[in-house]
Design a protein around this ligand. Structure first.
Ligand code: A5P
Length: 232
């Protein structure tokens, strides 16, 4: 691949390169977000050319797009061959990632955890030598149960600045599962592993956007072309 000039081209190139990992007969987990949408379109094109696969979608939006491009969908009922999804930040060594700025993190983790191979697709702006460095720029999204949400928000103050995510219309954002999202800004992190464990154990929290030890590969579109990374 030659030089890629802008982030949209980088995303598309990463999505297309990841589509080559999919083989006939596989069950494919589809992520959410704009990069995943590029992947769904690339996969749809391969299906149009004769590739036979079935897929599971991590959001209703992705499911709608998948149907539109001719991908056969099924429910997630067991392990799947491969999952491919975007991310908001990726550690270039561990492939630990932050996900959920698009709001689909709970279903995304369920799909990624069920997959034997999990590939993250990103453009180069999302690559970090150390995942913690991304936390000055982006929050950690946390899906919580709506009931008593201010109490859960209060508990999260110990770890940073938790803000309830709102829609552009000014109402609380709801996930496909009708949960709320708290974005944890300026997260105080000595150990990402400990933070992930603490968040998972907190009453009221459904899931969080720290996807550590899940990705087996990352495919990044960069100005120099496609870079493929494997987890250490
Ligand atoms: C969706 O909930 C997220 O986890 C996305 O995977 C992430 O936000 C990346 O989205 P973009 O590809 O749109 O940047």
């Amino acid at each position: 691949v030659g030089a890629i000039l802008n982030p949209e081209e980088m995303k598309r190139a990463a999505a297309q390169a990841a589509a080559d990992y999919v083989e006939n007969g596989m069950t494919v987990g589809l992520g959410s977000g704009s990069t995943s949408q590029e992947f769904v379109r690339a996969l749809g094109a391969r299906v149009g050319a004769g590739l036979e696969i079935t897929a599971v979608a991590s959001s209703t939006y992705t499911a709608d797009l998948a149907r539109k491009v001719g991908i056969l969908l099924k429910d997630l009922t067991g392990s799947i061959d491969i999952a491919i999804d975007g991310a908001d930040a990726v550690d270039t060594t561990t492939l630990g990632a932050i996900k959920g700025l698009g709001g689909a993190l709970t279903r995304e983790r369920i799909v990624a955890s069920a997959a034997r191979t999990f590939i993250i697709i990103v453009d180069e702006r999302k690559l970090f030598n150390n995942l913690s460095d991304s936390l000055t720029r982006i929050p950690i999204p946390i899906a919580i149960v709506p009931f008593g949400w201010p109490v859960t928000q209060e508990s999260l103050r110990e770890y940073g600045r938790p803000e309830l995510r709102m829609t552009s219309q000014g109402s609380p954002y709801r996930t496909d599962d009708q949960n709320l999202i708290i974005d944890l800004y300026d997260a105080r992190v000595e150990s990402l592993d400990n933070l992930a464990a603490d968040l998972k154990a907190m009453t009221g929290v459904v899931d969080h956007g720290l996807f550590l030890d899940l990705a087996t590969h990352a495919v990044a579109g960069t100005a120099r072309g496609i870079v493929e990374l494997t987890a250490d």
